[in-house]
Design a protein around this ligand. Sequence first.
Ligand SMILES: *Cc1c(COP(=O)(O)O)cnc(C)c1O
Length: 400
Amino acid sequence: MSEFERELQSRLANIREQGLYRELRRVQSSQGPRIEIGGKTLLNFSSNDYLGLSNHPVLKEAAIKAVEKFGAGSGASRLICGSLAPHHDLEESLARFKGTEAALSFSSGYAAAIGTICALLAKDDIIVVDKLVHACIVDAARLGGAKIRIFAHNDLNELEDILKWAEGKSRITHHASRTLVVTESVFSMDGDHAPLREIVALKEKYGAWLMVDEAHATGLYGPNRRGLAEHLGVSDVIEIQMGTLGKALGASGGFICGSRALVDLLINRARSFIFSTAPVPAAAAAATAAVNRVQSEEGRALSDKLWVRVMELQSALGFRPSALPSAIIPLILGEESAAVAAAARLREQGLFVPAIRYPTVARGAARLRVTLTATHTLEDVKALSLALRQFDHRPSAIGD
Ligand SMILES: *Cc1c(COP(=O)(O)O)cnc(C)c1O
């Protein structure tokens, strides 16, 4: 064995010892309430395809048409010759959907976060993030080189203290440093919500900018299903609205919505946008179809159905119903090994519920992360709640 291989084997052994080893599972079906893994059909409670759009005939048709007209690949980056009509259609649809001047699509939500945060901040600036923000925001903050300050999850007092400190600091140094606050609207591993109205009030008070990642809210909340910011009536005062096209929108890619100037700056400065081949036309066309679907009556019906399933599960598990629901329902088991064993047990029983553990969540806060979709039936929810009774779990300590 080469020295390189030996080193990797020892690192892998270390990961295994900690109960943190992960492997890919080959899924032999499309996304849906039932998926096939290893020749077995499992009831699936792990997908972020909340509205079931990834298999919607209208999205599939749009993708097929785009392949026929524009081919399989985009051929170049957007700034060379890869900026195809489907990308422009998507961005126009996104801006209309979100009610912003402009929108820009990226190859993923991850790329959108990295490109945007690094384009906006320099070394002397300050980025203030919620403790539980997604890895893409943490990575972007580190890569961008701005000073990073973290506030405890949804802790407005701590956020205000940091903003006060940041304001004082730029006054003392006479250096016009920028402060950017970043949070998710619906948190990916806890399913709880950020107090966006209060965060907006604070960022206005201290002259900071705000970026909100609506990855788990786009398509689900608000009268037009634009996201939690729409539901709370604060969309217009959020400088940077981010989302992904790969979750409730059932396609693939990420996006930023905001002013024309923001989008023009990103086209010029976001390196993950500039130095990457444009997303395939099929993805852009499917996403455009999804954006149109979620705004339709069908979109409303699908999100209503999702919330009915969520209420049914909460009531079956004896959780208090939340005023503001979430499709993500974590069941905290604590120990990494307990979560992994529970997921394995459920899988034997024909249910697919992923165990989420460090580093995705804190050590000792390992959990089963249940996600419900509009395509589940009441019977599916009953089967799940029955199976979950065998474990000693608690709802997320965080709650909402
Ligand atoms: C999934 C996710 C992303 C990344 O989006 P992709 O399109 O999957 O790259 C970003 N932020 C949050 C909160 C997410 O859950």
